[in-house]
Write a protein that binds this ligand. Structure first.
Ligand code: FAD
Length: 679
């Protein structure tokens, strides 16, 4: 994070020019909020921006959780640096993309498209998708493009969104200058898939388009300047607040919303409890109170939680960059190019950047190590980092298999010496932004109108390294820490957090949240039967469904049968909401049945899909009565096994082939009679 005098001199000159330019256009920096920056500095006409800023390449991304944005940004920066071609990185949500054919023919267009749900484009690309549906043959014959798709092969419609965009563009006559690439998060190879595709793409561009390559050198997209005037106690310094309204305590706005990623609602967690009976495994039930706000949800939606990083990881990160002593230093962050933006508030401090704004944990990538190696603290460390970044197998052996995050890897390579020569801007540019985590809401908006429940299993394991460090999930350990604190317990924690938050604003147990709408919805007719399959925390939204039917039964509404398949390891360890189901059965009577599968109580492992086969006759009777089917939980194996079991059930009871049964299930999916909420 340090800048030498020359860097500072260059940066101040650039800044002076920039500030003059920006002021001249009446633009205001300062909130650091992506929306503010993009709204003020960009036209929505992408062709206009390309021409005005003389861009030679465009990287357009459609991102649901921030991953496609991260890859697109990394790619855009490296492309610009290696080929010296000015590159625009653009969120599909920020532009009207209905004039792609007017992009100058010599401008290369790269799409980074994430798939979501049933192979759909992210919400942010809805307008782009609608436009694609209207284009005809020949409409895009000037467009030169390629696509990298980010998906998960455990889902049925693997990379469905990227494939759809590719198909539409080909149909419209666009030219693909290098082959399409698939990145697979399901197989855990997204990073390697991206690197392989990127290298092939660069090779092809060099060979076919004769692009000249220079050695990639880091070029900052932002300036990060240490302030001598501002202090962490200054009123307009962001210490972890996600939005200016929290700084100025604009109470009307704070309760009114609309709430999203850059403006979350600070919701009180009124109740939390441990759901497992175990010394080593934990699952937290937490209740968020919305009553003071305008925030609404409907049963089946997702709650997004914006977590801070743990104290241990913040310290480790600051140590790796030699910033422990300077953690409260205020920095001012500004984009160096009017077409780029950075997505968190400024001015802020190094501590707040590490704690609230950057994704400092998670596996470090080979690409990251490669790009940071130029700033290694010594030639020896630089050589080692470069070697590892170029050797996939060695990188896996030395870094990934040890479950190192960024700071673990840097300190391991430098034998604990801090990387003080890394520019401040590199950290802000290259470490991804901290993303919200999503939870399927486990309450019902009919029975709990102003309270949202979530059910989260705590992610923690020990690293296979000599120090046996805990490798922890950010949000679930935050919830664990909050639960232990709220209930005054003294359980062992795998990570600790500043639960009071910036300026004590999270005290009395509040967390920043927002709601994401989902399509996982009960049938509008409550008299229809429902088949629910949710092992582990997959039961979360299904609990919401059952609570909804209980509330309706209490109001005298006629309710259809509910059959719930739940599975876990043991009935006395992780049987979620065990006591509640008994209470629901008392109200719903014969209309409620829970079928359990405890995999570690029998010699042969029994899972929910096995129990479904045993209940085949009853399931088909319900399907004949127009039952809706809901499956929630693990996307990698469970959802597919359950679909297979349902096909077997239909085939057996109806006397049809498994293929015909599978086709019937596909049809149910297309009309929303078979819905999945899997992750
Ligand atoms: P993260 O910080 O995201 O870490 C993810 C994993 O990586 C953890 O296991 C962590 O231990 C591991 N890790 C950390 N560092 C490293 C490293 N250096 N190397 C290797 N591994 C590392 N979950 C629920 O429990 N309940 C729900 O109801 C639920 N609903 C969901 C609904 C949707 C639509 C989606 C998309 C997900 C849902 N999830 C749910 C999953 C949830 O969003 C989180 O992914 C999960 O809780 C882990 O979040 P975390 O912040 O604790 O872990």
């Amino acid at each position: 994070f340090s800048l030498d005098k020359t860097d500072c001199g260059i940066l101040s000159s650039i800044l002076a020019i920039l500030v003059t330019f920006i002021l001249a256009k009446g633009k205001i920096f300062g909130t650091g909020n992506k929306e503010d920056v993009s709204a003020s500095s960009k036209s929505r006409n992408i062709v206009e921006v390309i021409e005005e800023c003389d861009k030679k390449a465009v990287v357009i991304y459609a991102s649901q959780t921030g991953t496609a944005e991260d890859y697109a940004t990394k790619f855009g920066r490296e492309f610009q640096s290696r080929f010296q071609l000015s590159t625009l990185v653009a969120d599909s949500d920020d532009y009207d993309l209905d004039n792609l054919n007017e992009i100058p023919e010599d401008v290369l267009v790269f799409f980074f498209i994430s798939s979501y749900g049933e192979g759909e484009l992210p919400d942010s690309a809805t307008e782009f998708n609608e436009y694609l549906d209207t284009i005809d043959e020949g409409d895009l014959q000037n467009l030169n493009y390629t696509i990298f798709g980010l998906g998960n092969s455990t889902y049925e419609f693997y990379n469905g969104a990227a494939k759809k965009v590719d198909k539409d563009l080909i149909k419209a006559g666009a030219t693909k200058f290098v082959p399409y690439g698939d990145g697979d998060d399901g197989a855990g190879t997204l990073d390697e898939d991206f690197l392989a595709w990127k290298e092939k793409t660069f090779e092809t561009l060099k060979n076919t388009l004769s692009l000249k390559e220079v050695e990639a050198k880091y070029q900052p997209a932002v300036s990060v300047v240490e302030s001598a005037e501002l202090f962490s106690s200054s009123d307009d310094v962001f210490l972890g607040e996600h939005h200016r309204a929290y700084l100025v305590e604009d109470h009307a706005k704070l309760n009114l919303g609309p709430f999203d990623h850059s403006f979350p609602y600070l919701a009180p967690v009124t109740k939390s409890k441990e759901l497992f009976i175990s010394q080593t495994r934990h699952c937290i039930h937490a209740e968020f109170d919305l009553s003071g706000s305008n925030l609404k949800y409907s049963t089946g939606d997702h709650l997004a939680i914006l977590p801070p990083n743990s104290n241990e990881e913040v310290d480790n990160f600051l140590k790796a960059f030699g910033l422990l002593e300077k953690r409260n230093q205020v920095v001012v962050i500004k984009p160096l190019d009017t077409t780029s933006s950075h997505s968190f508030p400024s001015p802020t401090t190094f501590d707040s950047i590490a704690r609230y704004y950057l994704e400092i944990t998670g596996a470090v990538s080979r690409q990251f190590l490669g790009s940071i190696s130029e700033f290694a603290p010594s030639q020896q460390v630089k050589d080692l980092a470069t070697k590892l970044s170029k050797d996939k197998d060695l990188f896996h052996k030395e870094i990934t298999s040890k479950k190192f995050n960024i700071s673990d890897a840097l300190l391991y390579l430098s034998q604990d010496a801090p990387w003080t020569t890394v520019p401040n801007s590199f950290i802000v540019d290259s470490v991804p932004n901290l993303q919200p985590r999503f939870y399927s809401i486990s309450s019902s908006s009919i029975s709990e109108k102003t309270t949202i429940h979530v059910t989260a299993v705590v992610e923690a394991e020990t690293a296979p390294t000599a120090d046996k460090k805990y490798v922890t999930g950010v949000t679930t350990n935050l919830l664990h820490s909050l639960e232990v604190n709220q209930n005054a317990k003294n359980d062992q924690l795998y990570a600790t957090y500043d639960l009071d938050g910036p300026r004590g604003k999270f005290s009395a147990t509040k967390l920043p949240v927002f709601v994401r709408r989902s399509n996982f919805k009960l049938p509008t007719n409550p008299a229809l039967p429902i088949i629910l399959v949710g092992p582990g925390t997959g039961v979360a939204p299904l609990r919401g469904f059952v609570r909804e039917r209980v509330a309706m039964a209490k109001m005298g509404t006629k309710i259809g049968k509910v059959i719930l398949f739940f599975g876990s390891r043991r009935s006395d360890e992780d049987y979620l909401y065990k006591e509640e189901w008994v209470e629901y059965a008392k109200i719903l009577g014969e209309n409620f049945e829970i079928v359990t599968a405890f995999s570690r109580e029998t010699s042969e492992k029994v899972y929910v899909q096995h129990k479904m086969l045993e209940k085949s006759k009853e399931l088909v009777e319900l399907i004949d009565q127009k039952a809706f089917i809901y499956v929630c939980g693990d996307a990698s194996n469970m959802a597919r096994s359950v679909q297979g079991a349902l096909a077997t059930v239909l085939s057996k009871e109806k006397g049809i082939t498994e293929d015909a049964a599978a086709e019937t299930l596909r049809k149910y999916k297309s009309i929303n009679r078979y819905q999945e909420d899997v992750w």
